[in-house]
Design a protein around this ligand. Structure first.
Ligand SMILES: [Zn+2]
Length: 491
């Protein structure tokens, strides 16, 4: 049965030991862009994001702050929600791992795995980095330290429930190599294949409750809480199923799951193994984006160069931040961000190019525009097919750059035709081609800068964005409803 196409996209859920940082905003904006783009394509979409709230790090930091863990995370979660609202994020569910439906789902999962003897009681001894909340192998260490957190991991041996990750090694390799479970970009897929070929070992999935009480209690042993990763990973199932069984059937498996590279390994091993163990289909793709530096330096609290997405959004507006992050760094690569380059793109691209085209055109229309014939000399310059292909390949920066090339063409067209010197039908024609181009541009940019595109539609009286309307000549005669500046220049 050929139903509507569906699209399910997720972000990682964000750990609530600290306030939201730009990296989390970045992943969430990318997921939002994808979700909106697929919705415009006419697909049914589901977009899940949320927060990861259990585990040792939260327990420790809450204790340091003399707060109960739940009180502590409530405050952090409120900040995440504020940031996402400011950034115009349109998620379908914001899951918290402390939500009772999620806790029940994790217990159900663990019960299934326990009954299938994929979980067994044992001991685990290894190097454990509290920063990573992960056991590290000898080969992960640099000079005896976790390279990511620059701290010496603890050598731990304790009673623990173990998950038979090792049994999934061959199946997992097969799923990855066949492309059924794809890992993008290619360089990341290779890394993971090499890692899995090196051998997967069983992992501990519980902690003693006397040590880590801030976690989900194992349904078959009250002395243990679930390790934070299986708890967190299962959100992609529980957060969707919370939307109803029908929705779960419709949207599972995830079409793409976005993440930064530090959490790829768990997503490419433990996560699919849990799914296979419990009898679920695997996600179609994981997409791994890069890290970014701020002014050429690693973002870190100790360097004092952490930029809050809330600060940036309040200062420059949601659309400038969204546009900047998607335009400035090729998705999947590492890159650099700075407030100066954000300001530059805001002024030079959004205000001078897009803002100017819209305000000039609206001004020259003097209240109305009239349907006229198309000028292929202009409209043939929009590379719609390439833009679509770029979006399919997660090349947001290239898609934006092509859309802005067309905006440049439109501005050049104004200079060349000098409509202010024309009259009557000739003038009408030039203006019509500009208005129609703005309409098409506003649909193409909708996923990236939805607030601005809504303003453009309001100014020209366009219908709501729809990809079936990304064709020239569909604008009928109309009125300019109102004029407003889209982007104020920032000095
Ligand atoms: Zn670490």
């Amino acid at each position: 049965m050929a139903g509507k196409k569906k699209f399910y996209v997720t972000t990682p859920i964000y750990y609530t030991n600290a306030s939201i940082h730009l990296g989390g905003a970045y992943t969430t904006i990318a997921a939002d862009v994808l979700s909106r783009w697929h919705k415009l394509l006419g697909e049914e979409t589901f977009f899940l994001t949320g927060t990861d709230e259990h585990g040792q790090k939260v327990q420790e930091i809450a204790e340091q702050n003399r707060r109960k863990p739940k009180e502590f995370v409530d405050k952090i979660v409120a900040e995440f929600k504020e940031a996402f609202k400011l950034l115009n994020i349109s998620e379908d569910n914001f899951i918290r791992t402390t939500d009772s439906y999620h806790e029940q789902e994790v217990k159900d999962l663990l019960n299934i795995l326990f009954k299938k003897k994929l979980i067994y009681k044992g001991f685990y001894e290894s190097y454990y980095c509290v920063g990573c909340e992960q056991y590290l192998t000898q080969s992960d260490l640099v000079d005896g330290k976790c390279p990511l957190h620059n701290r010496i991991p603890e050598l731990k041996k304790e009673e623990a429930y173990m998950f038979k990750l090792s049994t999934f090694q061959d199946k997992l390799l097969k799923a990855i190599k066949s492309g059924k479970f794809s890992i993008l970009p290619e360089v990341r897929r290779k890394e993971i294949v090499t890692f899995i070929e090196g051998g997967l070992q069983d992992i501990s999935i519980s902690r003693l409750k006397e040590k880590i009480y801030w976690g989900i209690e194992l349904p078959f042993d009250k002395n243990h809480t679930a390790w934070v990763w299986p708890d967190a990973l299962w959100n992609y199932v529980s957060g969707l199923r919370h939307a109803g069984k029908e929705n779960f059937r419709k949207f599972w498996p995830a079409d793409v799951q976005l993440m930064a590279k530090d959490i790829l390994r768990v997503h490419a091993t433990i996560w699919p193994a849990l799914l296979m163990g419990a009898g679920y289909e695997l996600p179609r793709a994981l997409f791994v984006h890069g890290y970014f530096t701020i002014n050429g330096q690693k973002m870190s609290k100790s360097l004092g160069n952490v930029i809050s997405p809330i600060y940036l959004t309040k200062k420059y507006g949601a659309d400038s931040v969204r546009y900047y992050l998607m335009r400035n760094i090729p998705f999947g690569n590492d890159g650099d961000v700075s407030e100066q380059s954000l300001k530059d793109r805001h002024n030079n691209e959004l205000a001078n190019k897009l803002g100017n085209l819209v305000s000039r055109t609206a001004g020259m229309c003097k209240g109305k525009y009239t349907k006229s014939k198309l000028d292929k000399e202009l409209t043939s310059k929009l590379k719609f097919k390439e833009i679509s292909a770029d979006m399919e390949n997660y090349e947001f920066d290239r898609a934006l750059s092509l859309i802005f090339e067309y905006i440049d063409e439109c501005n050049a067209y104004v200079q060349m035709k000098e409509p202010w010197k024309l009259e009557g039908k000739q003038k009408q024609e030039v203006l019509y081609n500009l208005v129609d181009s703005i309409r098409v541009i506003s649909i193409l940019l909708e996923s990236f800068i939805p607030g601005t595109c809504e303003k453009i539609r309001g100014q020209f009286g366009f219908e709501r964005a729809d990809f079936k309307k990304v064709k020239f000549g569909l604008t009928s005669s109309g009125k300019i409803e109102k004029s407003e500046i889209l982007f104020k220049k920032i000095e």
